[in-house]
Design a protein around this ligand. Structure first.
Ligand code: FE2
Ligand code: FE2
Length: 481
């Protein structure tokens, strides 16, 4: 048993062997917490996990699991992670972090007995009760020679260096997922308009790609959702609502089946608008009273359209309810007005209601016809509009958007201009950014850096800046690599 450093260049995305290894690792870890070594379930899960080691040993000689900067790696590949498994894995990783542990390596000569004793041992260590050295000593005493623990990566410095390459890959992947989702929405809208058949499986598949993406990397899709000037906002809006809803769902620990229904419902939430006159939807001026009466029909039209045009299943049932309820509000002040049966809206509707209002208000394309900065929208929602939304969900959403929302442009004390790429949960004032310009103008090759690290002490955010005031288009920064 020894301690090694978690830092190595990490490049590729993992395949099936790696996914199976990480999934079964956490299942066995959880099982070891609940039962003892002789229990049948433990034996079964231990057999399952031991099997997953074999193909990896062939490829790498050892099987390594690491958590770096919140992401999971098996050997040098980053792993796609199931939404449900992710939340329990994250709990274990938080506990490991409190012990200074960042991962584990199983050498090829490991025996099943040694592996089982390791799981039983680790699963019973209390958070904060040990540090990496004392833990290593204890593992030595327990004679576990084929197992090495990785030290936790120094937060920020190593994470930032390591993730730059990974971030590029993930952003490219996020872009293709996002635009695929937008084109599916467009197809759904066009087919709804002409009452043609809607390809439900295709829609479900794109929701699964969104879930995969968010489970690996929350920020890249949010960055794309923050773009305000897509040519056709209608399609972007539904995609944005799906991205934000799923991000909330993942943070709530929903399993994949629920996430899939939530994403599906989010994509369809405004489908009723397709049945309204198109000049109302694209009207450039503020709505008058008559426009509002028309607009308020879209939730009911949406529910009807879904139930009439799509095959009935759990996805479409929940989507119909989401479409019907997303403007009702927590205090029933919204629409449609429910005069008699004031049943509480569903969790999905509460989520969609929050992220829909956020996207509509920040876009300035819907209803208000005037865009408001994301951080001001969050404030408005928390103070002026708080009774309309679920308090807990709104707080969680506020955490996702952060102090400097992903996709904002900021001025630094170093006189540089940077695009916010990801929030640091532990240090929200100092996000991960891409430096795109300095006082001499735009940079040829932008620098990616983590503002929370010591090397960036001279770079603090002064304020957010409006890209348009400087003749810049935020979309160029987000869409370039
Ligand atoms: Fe709506
Ligand atoms: Fe909407």
């Amino acid at each position: 048993m020894s301690v090694i450093n978690a830092q190595e260049p990490l490049r590729t995305l993992a395949g099936k062997d790696e996914e199976r290894f990480i999934n079964r690792f956490f299942v066995l870890y959880k099982t070891a917490r609940m039962v003892d070594k002789n229990n049948k379930t433990f034996t079964l899960q231990s057999d399952n996990f031991f099997e997953t080691l074999k193909p990896l040993m062939k490829k790498y000689d050892s099987a390594d699991l690491k958590n770096i900067a919140g992401r999971y790696f098996v050997n040098e590949s980053m792993v796609r992670f199931d939404g449900g498994g992710l939340s329990s894995a994250n709990t274990i990783i938080v506990e490991w972090n409190s012990l200074g542990v960042g991962g584990v390596s199983f050498a090829s000569e490991i025996t099943k007995d040694e592996m089982e004793r390791f799981f039983i041992f680790m699963a019973h260590i209390k958070p904060n009760s040990e540090n990496l050295d004392s833990l290593s000593e204890k593992l030595k005493e327990n004679s576990l020679p084929s197992i090495q623990l990785f030290s936790k990566a120094i937060e920020g410095i190593d994470g930032a260096l390591l993730t730059e390459e990974m971030r590029r890959q993930l952003r490219t992947q996020a872009r293709s997922t996002f635009f695929k989702a937008m084109s599916v929405v467009q197809e759904v809208v066009v087919n709804t308009q002409s009452d043609s058949e809607i390809n439900i499986s295709k829609t479900k598949r794109v929701v699964h790609s969104l879930i995969d993406q968010i489970s690996q990397d929350e920020s890249s899709l949010i960055e794309l959702a923050s773009i305000r000037d897509f040519d056709d906002y209608t399609y972007a809006h539904s995609t944005n609502v799906a991205v934000y809803s799923l991000t909330l769902g993942v943070r709530l620990g929903m399993d994949r089946a629920r996430l899939s229904q939530l994403g599906f419902a989010a994509l369809f939430h405004d489908i009723g608008k397709v049945k309204l006159p198109s000049d109302l939807i694209s009207k450039p001026d503020a709505y008058d009273e008559n426009d509002w009466i028309q607009m308020q029909r879209h939730p009911l039209l949406g529910a009807k359209t879904i139930l009439r045009n799509l095959k009935f299943d759990m996805h479409t049932a929940r989507a119909a309810r989401g479409a019907f309820e997303h403007h009702i509000n927590n205090d029933f002040t919204g629409y449609p007005m429910l005069r008699l049966d004031k049943t509480e809206t569903t969790l999905f509707s509460k989520i969609i209601s929050i992220v829909d209002s956020f996207d509509a208000l920040t876009s300035g394309r819907v209803y208000l016809k005037k865009s408001i900065a994301p951080e001001d929208v969050i404030k408005k929602m928390q103070y002026q509009m708080k009774i309309k939304f679920d308090k807990f969900l709104l707080k969680l959403f506020n955490d996702i958007i952060g102090v400097y929302p992903v996709g904002s442009l900021v001025l630094l004390t170093s006189d540089e201009i940077a695009l916010v790429l990801a929030n640091n949960q532990a240090d929200k004032a100092n996000p991960y950014v891409k430096i795109v310009g300095d006082k001499d103008g735009l940079l040829e090759s932008p620098e990616w850096t983590d503002l929370s690290t010591e090397e960036n002490n001279h770079r603090k955010i002064v304020r957010k800046i409006e890209p348009a005031q400087h003749g810049l288009d935020i979309k160029d920064f987000i869409l370039e690599n």
